[in-house]
Design a protein around this ligand. Structure first.
Ligand SMILES: [Zn+2]
Length: 361
């Protein structure tokens, strides 16, 4: 992949064009009369009862909500007046979210000491980016041509390397929400990338488990689980030269698949080009299986779990967790009291039966 072409939007936000081999981006000036950016659009507040940070980003209430297709802000805008992407066409673009939950630069936030004040807040520093998978308004990641899917994962790798090098960013999270059922407000195929100024609660909990496992067993928790899943085989969904996908033993969602590289690494920047190519292929394969379970495409969330190679994150193991709230052709699973209030998930299908279905598709 050649280096992306940088551009600037009317309110100063960064935009990056990632091009397929032989393509040259041809951006035009962004001529929209955008209001200036709020320099600090969010705050972090620390919840003393759980030990978790919460992001309070009140201005996101005003964000674009289900615009008609002709007003899609992610379709190319050759006039420089209609779109977040001022260009006649593009392959893959990444730009800073106009309504970010995190923005600006500052030091990473430390966990407040237990003897401090009840109410501890901090500026919501960090970065929120949007990644458009294609200039085509319809379709999804699963529909991308192989070269296009590879370009998307190359862009993820580029963003991961860049954001991990920025001061104050603790964790880089590339993710995708697909489907109106899970609150997606723009139909255009896209994902998002967050740079958090702290370790997210789920990552912190998983790393604590991995640390205890290392102390007790000497090995890496995730590597040992992957080896056990491969040896057992009943929950394996797909495998390739470099990757293995399985339904986890204690799956929480009606459809849940975890995708691991066969060798342990921390994030996308450590994948070789051959591994990255294989990753794009098997990731698309899994999403294709998701879309074939029912007559209509499956709403899903895809979460890339990435870690720094050193410090408290060193016990991490890069992997993708894919999950869906659809539990039958017509029914959705809602996170009700047990899940939302107590974090106690109740699944009404066995992981083995879900794996068997996905494997056969
Ligand atoms: Zn569009």
């Amino acid at each position: 992949m050649s280096a992306p072409t940088g551009w600037s939007l009317a309110d100063g936000r960064d935009l990056l064009f990632f091009a397929l081999p032989g393509h040259t981006p041809s951006p035009v000036p962004d001529r929209r009369p955008l209001p200036p950016r709020d320099p600090q659009p969010s705050d972090l507040r620390f919840d003393r009862t759980t030990g978790q940070w919460v992001i309070i980003a009140a201005q996101r209430q005003d964000r674009t909500y289900h615009p008609p297709a002709e007003a899609c802000p992610l379709c190319p805008g050759p006039s420089g007046l209609t779109s977040e992407v001022p260009a006649p066409d593009y392959d893959v673009v990444v730009f800073e979210n106009r309504f970010p939950g995190l923005a600006g630069t500052g030091a990473a936030v430390a966990t407040p000491s237990p003897d401090g004040a009840e109410f501890v807040a901090a500026p919501g520093h960090g970065r929120c980016e949007v990644i458009c998978f294609s200039a085509d308004h319809t379709g999804s990641f699963a529909d991308l041509k192989p070269a296009q899917a590879l370009l998307v994962v190359q862009a993820w790798r580029h963003r991961t390397a860049d954001l991990l090098n920025r001061p104050g960013i603790e964790q880089v999270f590339c993710f995708e929400n697909r489907g109106e059922e899970i609150g997606v407000t723009l139909g255009h195929p896209h994902g998002q990338i967050y740079g958090y100024p702290y370790l997210t609660p789920r990552t912190a909990a998983m790393l604590a488990q991995a640390r205890e496992h290392r102390i007790a067993h000497g090995g890496n928790l995730f590597a040992d689980l992957l080896a056990a899943e491969r040896a057992d085989g009943t929950r394996i969904v797909a495998s390739s030269e470099h990757f293995t996908a399985f339904v986890p033993f204690a799956a929480r969602w009606p459809v849940e698949v975890h995708l691991y590289p066969n060798r342990r690494l921390h994030n996308l920047t450590e994948l070789t080009d051959a591994e990255l190519d294989d990753f794009a292929r098997i990731y698309r394969d899994l999403l294709g299986r998701f879309d074939r379970i029912y007559d209509t495409p499956l709403p899903y969330m895809a979460a890339l779990h990435q870690y720094r190679a050193a410090g408290v994150q060193a016990d991490g193991y890069f992997h993708v967790e894919l999950m869906s709230i659809r539990r039958s052709a017509t029914k959705l699973k809602y996170l009700a009291a047990s899940e939302s209030a107590m974090d106690a998930f109740i699944a009404d299908v066995t992981p083995e039966s879900v794996a068997e279905r996905l494997r056969a598709l």
